[in-house]
Design a protein around this ligand. Structure first.
Ligand code: AFP
Length: 322
């Protein structure tokens, strides 16, 4: 059994730099996962389910647990003394960490509780994170490919932590009795082609014709492309992408005719998950451009997302070509 602590100690890139700062940061992200998992486990008993009565920067209803997960990240990352700024779906403006101002060198982008419409029905939830190193001028708005770490926590039947840091993808499972994450998967490779397509087809009427045809091609029995793909959609991006990481397939959240950038957020949803998926041999695409090549213009900007097995993503890209 290899604990997360032991795993980080054995990785030179986590020990490099001032006092193994990256290793300390990763350990604190894992601590957020433990605390949020605990809060989710007890939410039905403590009255913390349901809406908070506010809306976030994207105009979405905030759940009480969204606020709690966000506060957990802010408090724990502040205490880590490694982070200078936190950019979260739940905070309109980037939050500068005062305590670590002098020493922290990292910016952390967060979706603290991904899939929050699942909160009240005990369905899977996640936390998605992306770590960037700030440069001397304090810039943290960098392309996805410049991430230092991309990853997610997934709160399902078990709590898992998946991250990529330039040497493949590693997965840890929380042993709740011990309070430690232990390695449960390393060097994952996404099959080049899958059997599952995850997309909210309720939005079909809002897509352009090319996207409608692309998705339909995965639902059709065709001698050229094979049998239709099975439909799977959980309402939690981290959960749907995690299935693809292990089994292959495709997840799409397309842009819409009236909203070409779609719904998902570049910096704390599309980019970290593309970073993980690409290090496992898959692809993350916006249709006409790789997600990891996009230069961000704003912290909360949205982007269409097509992510998963290489051949499946490329097949959609071909369908979208003018
Ligand atoms: P949040 O709970 O962080 O807003 O994330 C939800 C989400 O961005 C993603 O996890 C889902 O795949 C997607 O939205 C679901 O959206 P629809 O309900 O529109 O299909």
């Amino acid at each position: 059994m290899i604990s997360l602590t032991r795993h980080l100690l054995e990785r030179p890139r986590f020990q490099a730099g001032q006092a193994g700062e990256l290793s300390v940061l990763m350990t604190h992200i894992a601590r957020c996962g433990k605390l949020i998992a605990r809060d989710l486990n007890r939410a039905g008993l403590l009255g913390t389910l349901g809406a908070a009565g506010t809306t976030n920067v994207h105009g979405e209803q905030v759940q009480k647990l969204d606020e709690r997960a966000n506060q957990t990240f802010v408090d724990v990352l502040e205490e880590s003394d490694t982070v200078r700024v936190v950019i979260s779906e739940e905070m309109e403006t980037p939050w500068a960490v005062t305590r670590a101002q002098a020493s922290g060198t990292y910016a952390v982008f967060l979706d603290p509780l991904d899939g929050s419409s699942n909160v009240d029905v005990n369905a899977p939830l996640g936390s998605i994170f992306s770590v960037h190193r700030m440069d001397a001028s304090g810039n943290f708005m960098k392309r996805g490919r410049e991430q230092v770490i991309g990853g997610y926590l997934l709160y399902g039947p078990g709590t898992i932590l998946v991250y990529a840091c330039g040497d493949g993808v590693h997965q840890f499972t929380l042993d709740p009795a011990v309070g430690e994450f232990f390695l449960s998967g390393s060097g994952m490779r996404i099959p080049p082609r899958g059997k599952v397509c995850s997309v909210n087809t309720g939005n079909r009427s809002k897509w352009d014709e090319r996207m409608k045809n692309a998705v339909e091609s995965f639902q059709t029995d065709d001698p050229g492309t094979g049998p239709p793909y099975a439909a799977r959609y959980s309402g939690c991006l981290a959960a749907d992408v995690h299935r693809i990481l292990w089994k292959g397939g495709l997840y799409l959240y397309p842009g819409e005719v009236k909203k070409p950038a779609g719904k998902l957020r570049l910096m704390y949803e599309a980019a970290p998950l593309s970073f993980v998926v690409e290090q496992a041999g898959g692809l993350g695409s916006a249709g006409d451009e790789r997600i990891l090549s996009i230069q961000p213009a704003a912290p909360h900007q949205c982007v269409p997302l097509i992510i998963g097995s290489c051949e499946d993503v490329e097949r959609v890209e071909r369908c979208l070509k003018p």
